[in-house]
Design a protein around this ligand. Structure first.
Ligand code: PLP
Length: 866
């Protein structure tokens, strides 16, 4: 994309000058040679500063850098990394090959959180890490994405666990000068007008220093000023907005203080900054943008700002809405209505009062776009649904749950017809796969295998990887995890001023030989972190089996306002302190991307037992899977589609049972599978568990090609981004001709739909004749439809019935053919159907409007059924 990122040059010896550039591009964080290079400068400092190369370079002693600048071996590796970096930034990409005509239009990806790396803690959990991984794969694939988010001065919080198991939330104020971020700069106005040419020439740029970028956003009755920062994620720029400026009131300065901090007032104000401010930042940057991705409802206010822009162009509201919808993609992540952001109407009114004062006509229309009848509130998900032509859930099962949840948006249709699809989440392979495993695969896989990670055949090379090599590497990763776990536990105790022998005790905790199960994620109630503890005696027998011991490592943060989540932490802590579980069940503090990486690479089994179907997708299990860690999970989210019966294990329950029964059934299944399958398999061969390694390989081979973000971003690109770019171009060309046509057509249909009626349905007579001897007898049914002022060709007349299939009832839709005009606007339709069907009891007839310009068949929620 055409952006200027002028990262500060950190003073360095001349021979190493490009380390500064490298440090300012998060590309380094998924390149193992680059990471090793930084670690070599000062391994202790590297760990101390959260693997932040900017801080490392600033704080490393000068003599050390000078010495390395004279070290031929180091210089060679430095050169090699710089070469890799340049090659990466310049290589021709998948997107350039697939869509050369779209490389000049950006896709703007809006998200309230981004989890790129532990050094930039502007994420709280899976949603943020997903956004981070999305950007990284977009970079690898060359998708012209730009990220938009907020720069939280205090990030999320650091978690400490005290000696009673209480969670202490510690706030850290980050020093932006020591992070790999920098101010963003506006392009000069001329070059930003057109989308053809990249920014001004290098000489022009040095002549006049560009200005740091600031924008303003109306929030309630005030104007908030924002500074735009940039973080470079490979090829992808991500712009982060920061309100902590002297011009703003103390209250406003805090708006970008903390991720999900504070009350609903802060929340809505943050969302205004993200949505409205994000669009303004894109405009000020001069980035030509053709598609907008709302990653969860938080970001949906971007549609308001885009509507306002179109209205300023002179478009009427209904046309502006079509333009906005054409280019917007919405991904929902929350399978329960209560989890969607909704604000009381007076609060919504207050935060948009300045905007509504300037555009008095808008209040009614804007409110309607997000109005939630049931909650009597302004619902961000409703706004997103109503302003995005393409919407999706994040796994197959979650797609289904979302269609059920949002059925009301589309009138009286079958749940499977609701136009919400799914794109299953994935994870960024180069971020999550252990460097040691990458090195192993490099030896046996085809060259640049990472670029072919979505090809299942590529992964069959795993067959030739010796089981012993895979196992040895896995054992090393487990050892590393246990070391880190002990450090983490020792630190917890050190803070409680325990005597030295209590600290030393930790060195005996966890065994490198024992089967190790990991459970780490946000402590949200639906994740049921305590399920394992429902029968402590049974757990005791598993854990303390002298021949076949089992151990558990827990970690995770609970939101500071979530008391039940914090109670879970306390309960796990208390179990971990019981004599019979000490050193065998542990809970680590401050779960972040760093700890996640070590955990998903180092345990043997990854446990996940959410209450179905609340886990929209889940991604930590995908990270584990590519590292050969076997999943043991409820068939929810991604695991419902990933599990093949042999690449891990499932925790069963009858999905239709009530929550208590589900808890009980899942608990039984959890113990049973551990006792009868997992533990015996792990210990089946004494020293070297080959059947286990076979299963690891099977898991890697079946899951890695699918549950990675390359596959996911390709799906988004092919299925949503490119169609949005194309539709936007079509809609806006010729002075919005197409958008106007669609908008006017919809308006016409809406105001005339009342006249459309199915007057009569005739069951037809069974002919008794069978068209083909083996087929059931058929008959012809007819329906008489009155269209009023509508043109019959602008509708579909369909006969609908249900057919029993092994997996339940399936809807069958038969398109009826017009046969006879009774008069100008009354027509008889016919269809051939199985002769046993009767109108009313078996089938119905429906009419709905259609248009080639609709994104989907039920774009208008208008259906007349009879
Ligand atoms: C991947 C990840 C998550 C998501 O975990 P789930 O089990 O999918 O909920 C949360 N936090 C961190 C730090 C992660 O890396």
């Amino acid at each position: 994309m055409h952006t200027l990122f002028r990262a500060r040059q950190i003073p360095l010896p001349a021979a190493l000058v490009r380390l500064s550039e490298l440090a300012h591009n998060l590309w380094y964080s998924w390149n193992d040679s680059a990471k090793s290079l930084f670690a070599e400068i000062d391994a202790t400092l590297w760990d101390q500063c959260q693997h932040n190369p900017v801080r490392l370079l600033i704080e490393a002693p000068n003599e050390k850098l000078e010495r390395l600048a004279g070290n031929g071996d180091f210089l060679r590796r430095y050169q090699a990394v710089i070469q890799q970096y340049d090659a990466y930034m310049e290589r021709q990409t998948w997107f350039e090959r697939q869509y050369p005509q779209h490389v000049h239009q950006a896709v703007a990806y809006f998200s309230a959180e981004f989890g790129f790396h532990e050094l930039l803690p502007i994420y709280s959990g899976g949603l943020g890490v997903l956004a981070g991984d999305h950007c990284k794969s977009a970079s690898d694939l060359g998708v012209p994405l730009v990220g938009i988010g907020l720069l939280y001065k205090k990030g999320y919080f650091n978690q400490k666990i005290d000696n009673r198991g209480g969670q202490q939330a510690e706030n850290v104020v980050y020093d932006f000068m020591k992070l790999p971020i920098g101010p963003a700069y506006a392009l000069d106005s001329e070059s930003s007008q057109e989308c053809e040419e990249p920014s001004s020439s290098p000489d022009a740029a040095t002549e006049t220093a560009p200005e740091e970028l600031y924008i303003t956003v109306p929030v309630a009755d005030r104007t908030v000023r924002l500074k735009v920062w940039q973080v470079q994620v490979g090829r992808i720029p991500v712009y982060l907005l920061d309100a902590d400026l002297p011009d703003n009131s103390p209250w406003d300065r805090e708006l970008t203080g903390q991720l999900y901090g504070g009350n609903q007032d802060i929340r809505i104000a943050q969302e205004v900054l993200l949505g409205v401010g994000g669009i303004r930042a894109l405009r000020a940057l001069g980035i030509p943008t053709g598609a907008y991705h709302i990653n969860e409802g938080h970001a949906a206010f971007l549609s308001f700002e885009r509507l306002r822009e179109q209205l300023d162009q002179g478009l009427p509201f209904h046309v502006a809405l079509e333009v906005v919808r054409a280019g917007t993609v919405f991904t929902t992540h929350t399978p329960v209505p209560a989890g969607h952001d909704a604000f009381p109407l007076p609060m919504f009114d207050y935060y948009f009062s300045k905007l509504f004062a300037d555009y008095p006509g808008l209040r009614h229309d804007f409110t309607r776009l997000g109005f939630d009848e049931r909650k009597q509130a302004f619902n961000m998900t409703h706004l997103a649904m109503n302003t995005a032509a393409l919407r999706n859930g994040v796994s197959k099962l979650h797609g289904h749950v979302s269609r059920e949840m949002f059925r009301e948006f589309h009138g009286d249709i079958d749940v499977n017809e609701v136009p919400i699809g799914h794109i299953t989440n994935g994870v960024h392979l180069n971020t999550w796969l252990a460097p040691e495993l990458k090195a192993l695969f490099n030896r046996f896989f085809p060259g640049s295998w990472q670029q072919h990670q979505t090809n299942p055949d590529m992964w069959s090379s795993l067959q030739i990887v010796p089981n012993e090599s895979l196992w040895n590497i896995h054992s090393g990763l487990k050892k590393r995890l246990i070391g880190l776990a002990r450090d983490n536990l020792r630190e917890q105790r050190r803070r409680s001023s325990l005597p030295a022998d209590k600290l030393a005790e930790v060195d005996g905790y966890l065994s490198e030989q024992a089967l190790t199960v990991g459970f780490a994620r946000r402590f949200a109630t639906y994740k049921r972190a305590r399920l394992l503890f429902n029968d402590l005696n049974r757990l005791d027998r598993l854990v303390n089996n002298p021949e076949r011991p089992l151990q558990f490592i827990f970690a995770g943060k609970a939101h500071p306002a979530d008391q039940p989540g914090q109670d879970m932490i306390r309960d796990i802590y208390q179990v971990s302190q019981m004599d019979r579980f000490r050193g065998k069940i542990v809970i680590l503090e401050n779960y972040d991307i760093n700890l996640a990486r070590v955990l998903v690479q180092g345990v043997d089994v990854w446990l996940n037992n959410p209450r179905r179907p609340y886990e929209a997708s889940g991604t930590s299990g995908q990270k584990a899977a590519m590292n050969g860690v076997l999943n043991f999970s409820v068939l929810d989210g991604w695991w419902e589609e990933g599990y093949d019966g042999a690449n891990g294990w499932s925790i069963h329950s009858n999905d239709k049972s009530d929550p208590e029964t589900q808890d009980r059934e899942n608990t039984q299944s959890l113990y049973h599978v551990l006792e009868h399958e997992i533990v015996p398999l792990y210990y089946s061969q004494g020293e070297f568990p080959s059947p286990w390694v076979d299963r690891m390989k099977h898991s890697i081979r079946t899951l890695s090609p699918v549950y990675n973000t390359d596959r996911m971003v390709m799906d988004y690109t092919n299925g949503t981004y490119v169609p949005s770019l194309v539709r936007t171009q079509r809609f806006v060309s010729n002075h919005y001709e197409e958008a106007t046509k669609v908008a006017d057509y919809k308006k016409f249909v809406r105001s005339n739909w009342q006249h459309v009626r199915v007057l009569e349905v005739n069951d037809g007579l069974t002919t008794g004749r069978q068209p083909v001897p083996s087929m059931a007898p058929t008959k012809e049914a007819t329906a008489t439809v009155h269209f009023g002022p509508m043109w019959y060709r602008d509708t579909a007349v369909e006969l609908v019935y249900y057919e029993e299939q092994p997996d339940g009832w399936r809807q069958v839709v038969v398109v009826m053919e017009p046969t006879r005009h009774l008069n100008e606007n009354t027509i008889v339709y016919r269809a051939v159907i199985p002769s046993h069907l009767r109108h009313g009891s078996h089938f119905s007839v429906r009419v709905h409007p259609v248009s080639a310009n609709f994104t989907h068949r039920f774009e208008l929620p208008l259906v007349k059924a009879y």
